[in-house]
Design a protein around this ligand. Structure first.
Ligand code: AHR
Length: 640
């Protein structure tokens, strides 16, 4: 008993020690590259989910601008204003609209109103409207009135909390036929805020109709009706090599008649009918096919165009053969719209839409996650698309979204066969599957990892997820001779309550601000330190959470050594670089790390976990290095 007490006493007096992993060794052969790094390795995947475009990338401030949601025609987001004793009403009018695509409108009936008792309606935006000081906002609407009596219309941006008018303008009395009106609103010295709404007000009785009411802030590259600057800049920093669009479930739709019909997403907005999506809300299609393509152009991304394959999510499908022909033709037309010169039917249409230059296109994917098709018809449907596309466009690389046997696809969009989905996993699942592609057959199709993400943390992922992602990326990179493309998903989430359909996303935002998750920064680190040659490396360790990859940039003679230590203690590594004539001692180290795996970024703390750049001076052909706990590191070492 006495000895037990002494043992307890002594052990409690022992200094607290940080547990350390036993040292690992890493040998990198810099002399002979294993293969070329795929120049299209890191891309992004996008679709309308989590208010990615409406209420996200698409800079439109007005919500439900054509008065229809997934629940049908309605005035959600629009509210009547009756100041003082004014009397008015707003309703949907199904009998008149500005176009065949939008055959209905908002009917505004004013029984009485005056200079101090205005009547009107307002729109509350996408969880508010983000406004900045000294900024011009460009607006437009289609409208008509039964007579001039209703008079001029005052349009105002008003702060929700203070009632202060932050910008105002007047549009003269409307005519009696559908006409497009434009206006501008300029803010003064206001504090940036999301708490704003847009008001339309009159001072006289009368009747008027409205549709496609729109308001845009300044956009990326000043593109009219364009994209949000902050989000485009965040994407640009990822240096994505390609964009996989338009989905995802969004491509397929719940039902065949709710699929992504690209022909209904092009041309003037007034000719786009909008469409229901599987993600609970209706798409305005403001980001239509052309806008996806200009997005690629702006960020120098290869388009990876997914075409509808004849299968929708609720198990509706089109049989291969005659019935499928119109869908195949639709895909051929779509490819012509993207790549055809102006003398072709659809290339000419693209020119009319303002882009005479054809877009480069190398990759076409047929469908999405077709292993969900219980009818087993994908093989035959894919073959029909494959043959028709190859016949006209032999150089296009065609991607299958499930294994097929009747023809050999150029690329297979791989999936997690156990989970029966794309690679949506826990960090641990990625750690244990890091070597997935090391022994993959090099004789089959090349691999696209079309959707992948560590799903830890919400609405955006945390540091633990970034560690899972980074570990997985070491495996992709080491095998990028076969894994030619990989795209994280989903990309975006509007973090307001109700904005998210898919917890665990890369970039979060509200109506004004945005931030990248730790996973975002892990990707920035990998994609901006990629190089063009894969080097052989051998890691010897007892730490099951230590991962690495090594690539080399043959132009700059720089070695990019990625080290991921997902363990809770630091990891020392003896690093040996063989085959280099000269290794510089000074190296740059970029580190993403934290104290716990739950640490994360958020709209109120957007840069809590970000990469930190430092340098070491002990690099060389052989050197000791310690990777902190819970860390992703890139060592840039010059070999010359
Ligand atoms: O990324 C979210 C969804 O996950 C995609 O729409 C679908 O392809 C996958 O199941």
């Amino acid at each position: 008993m006495r000895s037990l007490l002494l043992a307890i006493l002594f052990s409690s007096l022992l200094p607290v020690r940080t547990l350390a992993q036993s040292p690992a060794t890493l040998i990198v052969d810099t002399a002979k590259p294993k293969a070329k790094v795929s120049p299209t390795l890191y891309g992004i995947m996008t679709e309308e989910i989590n208010y990615s475009y409406d209420g996200g990338l698409y800079a439109e401030l007005v919500s439900n601008r054509t008065f229809q949601t997934n629940r049908g025609l309605n005035l959600e987001h629009w509210t009547l204003i009756q100041n003082g004793n004014s009397k008015a009403d707003i309703a949907i009018d199904k009998t008149t609209g500005p176009s065949t695509a939008i055959p209905h409108s908002l009917l505004f009936t004013v029984k009485s109103a005056g200079a101090k008792t205005e009547a009107g309606f307002y729109n509350n935006g996408f969880w508010g409207m983000g406004l900045r000081p000294s900024t011009t906002y460009r607006g437009s609407f289609y409208g008509k009135a039964d007579s001039h009596e209703i008079g001029a219309m005052t349009i105002r941006l008003v702060n929700d909390k203070t009632g202060a008018v932050v910008a105002s303008t007047v549009v003269p009395a409307l005519g009696n036929t559908w006409t497009r009106y434009e206006f501008t609103l300029r803010t003064g010295a206001i504090a940036p805020s999301t708490d704003n709404h847009l008001e339309f007000l009159v001072q006289h009785a009368g009747t008027a109709w409205f549709s496609l009411i729109s308001l845009f802030p300044p956009t990326y590259k000043n593109e009219p009706l364009g994209k949000r600057i902050d989000l485009m800049e965040k994407l640009a920093a990822l240096h994505p090599a390609f964009l996989r669009f338009p989905g995802g479930n969004y491509l397929e739709g719940d039902h065949i008649n709710e699929r992504y019909e690209w022909k209904k997403t092009i041309g003037p907005l007034i000719d786009r009918p909008t469409h229901p999506t599987p993600w609970t809300y209706r798409s305005s299609d403001g980001i239509g096919l052309l806008e996806f393509l200009t997005w690629c152009e702006d960020l120098h991304m290869e388009p990876l165009l997914a075409v509808y394959s004849g299968f929708s999510l609720r198990q509706e499908h089109i049989e291969a053969g005659k019935d499928l022909e119109p869908y195949v033709q639709d895909a051929l037309d779509e490819i012509e719209y993207v790549t055809g010169n102006v003398s072709t039917r659809w290339g000419g249409e693209r020119a009319k839409d303002g882009h005479p230059e054809p877009f480069p296109l190398k990759f076409v994917e047929v469908g999405n996650e077709e292993y969900h098709d219980e009818s087993g018809t994908y093989d035959a449907r894919f073959a029909q698309f494959y043959k028709a596309i190859k016949e006209r466009y032999p150089d296009l690389q065609i991607v299958a979204t499930a294994p097929v046997t009747s023809v050999r696809p150029d690329i297979l969009d791989d999936n997690d066969h156990t989970l029966h989905t794309h690679f949506y996993r826990t960090a641990q699942q990625f750690f244990t599957d890091v070597h997935r592609y090391d022994s993959f057959s090099r004789n089959g199709p090349k691999i696209l990892v079309g959707e992948w993400a560590t799903r830890e943390g919400s609405p955006t992922t945390n540091l633990g997820a970034a560690l899972g992602d980074a570990a997985w990326m070491t495996g992709l990179e080491r095998n990028s001779d076969i894994v030619v493309m990989a795209s994280y998903a989903p990309l975006f989430v509007n973090v307001n309550v109700g904005g998210m359909q898919w917890p665990s996303d890369l970039i979060g935002y509200d109506a004004l601000n945005s931030y990248g998750s730790p996973s975002y920064y892990a990707q920035v680190m990998f994609s901006t330190h990629l190089g063009d040659e894969i080097l052989n490396s051998k890691l010897d360790t007892t730490n099951p959470r230590l991962f690495n990859s090594a690539t080399y940039d043959s132009k700059t003679h720089r070695l990019h050594l990625k080290l991921v230590n997902a363990a809770s203690v630091p990891q020392s590594i003896e690093i040996k670089l063989t085959g280099a004539a000269h290794v510089r001692n000074k190296a740059t180290v970029t580190t993403l790390s934290g104290r716990t795996t739950l640490e994360t970024n958020s709209i109120s703390d957007p840069t809590h976990i970000v990469p930190v750049v430092s340098s070491i001076v002990n690099a060389g052909a052989k050197f000791a290095h310690t990777v902190p706990k819970y860390a992703v590191q890139v060592l840039d070492i010059d070999l010359d």
